[in-house]
Design a protein around this ligand. Structure first.
Ligand code: PLP
Length: 395
């Protein structure tokens, strides 16, 4: 009677959701202060005042129909121009408004790109550990997702494994740096090597292979690291951006796709993006929030809490005997579990009220994700519990 696949997607809760809901139930039983919920990537830095001020000013000064009406599908022309100019200032690009397609966040941006590119038989490649939604986004458009196993020593790319997965059917690879869940930032060397391999394969296969650069955490990068701007290294790049994390706006659904002139056949790609948005019923990105972000494009993100939390949790876990790649950006740690079975390890952690997400969910079993976009005090109080958990494993 209904699509089995859709029913499954709509009713089978993700592990992250299940853990989060367990945490809410547990908090009601034993008290909020006994639950240490590291499960969700919901930013806890308050949405900046400049966002609220811009929204209020727009609501008070613009005509209501102008604020709340339909916009043209790719977004308000002046908003697209403002985003383009900001990217040009920051990354030395030569975008114009025509290169920017405003979207309802990164999830929409990525799905629109998959839909725009995917033809029968096409394959897409992701690098573990990866944002689990990629799989259902790719499969929803009829594509096949192949996953390159993680290079766990530093969470850069295992290029030998990558080359084995490239085929003449590869349409695009999706990269996410700073990364959810590893917190790693792809180095310039990694991006340059990726570009070199893809250029060779484009030549060999005689068709473009796109990079979809999913970068909602671009601004959340720690001292000593820089996030290479992928289109500077590789022509066939589509950038998917979101203001969900940088401005703590996940509920408002606002982001964009940037398509540089350098992509193979800009007109075809941008046209297919518009067509994909149309059939996915993405009529336009929320109009008010387009105006708001256009006013704030050059404003800084406050990452000081994430820096403090990341350091506190990392140092605490290392002192407790865990091994973990040092956080470079985003707001996640991805340490190694103290037993092989990550689900069993996370289950054991629950005994102490520690809610962690098994790495298998991100295509990287044996690890766990701890989202540290939570109160610093909660992290501080969790550290003795991590110590007790580690002691169970003889640490
Ligand atoms: N990509 C990654 C890597 C994410 O972590 C998330 C959200 O957590 C998204 C995309 C989706 O973000 P948005 O809220 O902009 O749809």
């Amino acid at each position: 009677m209904v699509s089995e696949k859709m029913y499954e997607l709509g009713t089978k809760k993700s592990t992250i959701r299940t853990i989060f809901e367990f945490g809410r139930k547990r908090a009601a039983e034993v008290g909020e202060d006994q639950v240490f919920d590291f499960s969700l990537g919901n930013p806890n830095v308050p949405t900046p005042d400049f966002i609220r001020e811009a929204a209020v000013d727009i609501l008070q000064t613009k005509a209501p129909n102008e604020i709340h009406g339909y916009t043209v599908a790719p977004g308000h022309p002046q908003v697209r121009a403002a985003v383009a100019e900001s990217l040009n200032r920051r990354f030395g690009m030569d975008y114009e408004g025509k290169n920017v397609f405003m979207t309802a966040g990164a999830a929409a941006a990525i799905t629109i790109c998959f839909k725009a590119l995917c033809e029968t038989g096409d394959e897409f490649i992701a690098f573990a550990p990866f944002f689990p939604e990629y799989r259902c986004f790719v499969e929803s458009v009829g594509g096949k997702l192949s996953v390159v196993p993680a290079r766990t020593e530093d969470f850069q790319i295992d290029f030998a494994a990558f080359e084995r997965l490239l085929t003449p059917n590869t349409k695009a690879v999706i990269v996410n740096s700073p990364n959810n869940p590893s917190g790693a930032v792809y180095s310039e060397q990694t991006i340059a090597r990726l570009a070199e391999i893809l250029r060779q394969k484009e030549q060999a296969y005689g068709h473009p292979i796109f990079i979809i650069s999913d970068e909602p955490y671009r601004e959340i990068v720690f001292e000593g690291y820089t996030v290479p701007y992928v289109p500077k290294y590789y022509e066939d790049t589509l950038v998917c951006y979101s203001y969900s994390k940088s401005f703590s706006l996940p509920g408002e659904r606002i982001g964009y796709i940037a398509v540089p002139d350098s992509v193979a056949d800009f007109g075809a790609v941008f046209g297919a993006i518009a067509g994909a948005a149309r059939v996915l019923t993405h009529v336009n990105a929320p109009s008010l929030w387009q105006y708001v972000v256009a006013r704030c494009v050059d404003k800084p993100s406050d990452i000081s809490k994430y820096v403090e939390n990341g350091k506190l949790l990392y140092d605490g876990l290392i002192a407790a005997g865990f091994t973990c790649v040092k956080p470079q950006g985003a707001f996640y740690l991805f340490p190694k579990c103290l037993e092989e079975d990550d689900a069993a390890f996370c289950e054991r952690a629950k005994k102490y009220g520690l809610l962690l997400v098994p790495g298998a969910d991100f295509g990287c079993p044996g690890y766990f994700r701890a989202a540290y976009c939570i109160k610093t005090e909660t992290i501080r109080r969790s550290l003795p519990l991590f110590k007790k958990l580690a002691a169970e494993y003889g640490k």
